[in-house]
Design a protein around this ligand. Structure first.
Ligand code: ATR
Length: 275
């Protein structure tokens, strides 16, 4: 029988998840339907329990519910627990387990850009929100030499380091201080919402980066933020948010079906849709 999957969020109408998951179901011969569900804050618990009651296979959770959905999970994967955010739920035998594939998805998307060599790399994460949390925690588990974090609000960054810290050297910096020390980083990851609604805004200037720094923005619409354009102008190797989006989706698909979907196909579909 066909299984139901979906994504809970608000707003949700522009989500590209239904496009890539439905295509992956079809291409892999799996009987699945993936739908977007617009959920009001006070209906989140009912929405989760409703999906469980009708025997859905699982669902994604997006803004603004990645943290508030946690109490409605029956079990939590240890990484999702550490991060404090769930973007993927798996329903099996009536039990809902929450996972976080955002951080691991980012790490997978980054790996080919650095020839899978994390060892000794100096990494800067910019931001202190939910996205920064997942990426910081996942990067801290790689063999990177250090993972620093810069944010407008220092306390948010300190909290991430204390929640996810695993013994790796890690400084917390103001945005101004980060801007002054950019040349020491091999990888810089932009996770704030700055640049999402304007092509002329960036959280920091990238004039100080060294050549061939790998610079990533997790925003994918607009595809090339001011941050990435400036990175490119200063000799960086850049990555847009499309790759993280695709890899977090691929990991979710794998959790639901046991099958690794074709990420390149997912990427093409997203890029085609974004124009
Ligand atoms: P998400 O879950 O997508 O990460 P979020 O939790 O709302 O979203 O986090 C947004 C991030 O963008 C935060 O790091 C926020 O900085 P603060 O922690 O100081 O709030 C950052 N941000 C938003 N607007 C910003 C701005 N104008 N300048 C710098 N940082 C900004």
């Amino acid at each position: 029988m066909k299984k139901l999957y979906g994504v809970l969020g608000n707003p949700i109408e522009h989500s590209l998840s239904p496009l890539i998951h439905n295509d992956a179901f079809k291409r892999n011969g799996i009987e699945g339907d993936y739908l977007p569900f617009l959920v009001e804050e006070d209906a989140l618990e009912k929405a989760v329990n409703g999906l469980k009651a009708i025997g859905a296979g699982g669902f994604n959770i997006t803004v603004p519910f990645k943290e508030s959905v946690i109490p409605y999970m029956d079990a939590l994967d240890p990484f999702a627990k550490e991060v404090g955010a769930v973007n993927t739920a798996v329903i099996k035998d009536g039990v809902i387990t929450g996972y976080n594939t955002d951080g691991p998805g980012f790490v997978k998307s980054l790996a080919p850009l650095i020839d899978y060599q994390f060892s000794g790399k100096k990494v800067l994460v910019i931001g202190g929100g939910g996205a920064a949390r997942g990426i910081y925690c996942a990067m801290a588990k790689t063999e990177a030499g250090r993972v620093d974090i810069a944010n407008r609000t220092l306390s948010a960054a300190h909290k991430i380091v204390s929640d996810c810290h695993n013994g790796k050297p890690s400084d917390v910096l103001s945005l101004a201080d980060a801007e002054k020390s950019l040349s020491k980083y091999d990888i810089i990851i932009q996770t704030t919402s700055v640049g999402l609604s304007s092509l002329d805004e960036s959280p920091i200037s990238l004039l100080g980066i060294k050549e061939k720094t790998v610079v990533c923005d997790i925003i994918y619409n607009p595809l090339k933020t001011k941050f990435l354009r400036e990175a490119e102008d200063n000799g960086a190797i850049i990555q847009t948010g499309v790759d993280m989006f695709v890899h977090q989706a691929a990991l979710a698909f794998e959790l639901w079906t046991g099958i690794s979907p074709d990420c390149e196909r997912m990427r093409e579909l997203v890029l085609e849709k974004l124009g």
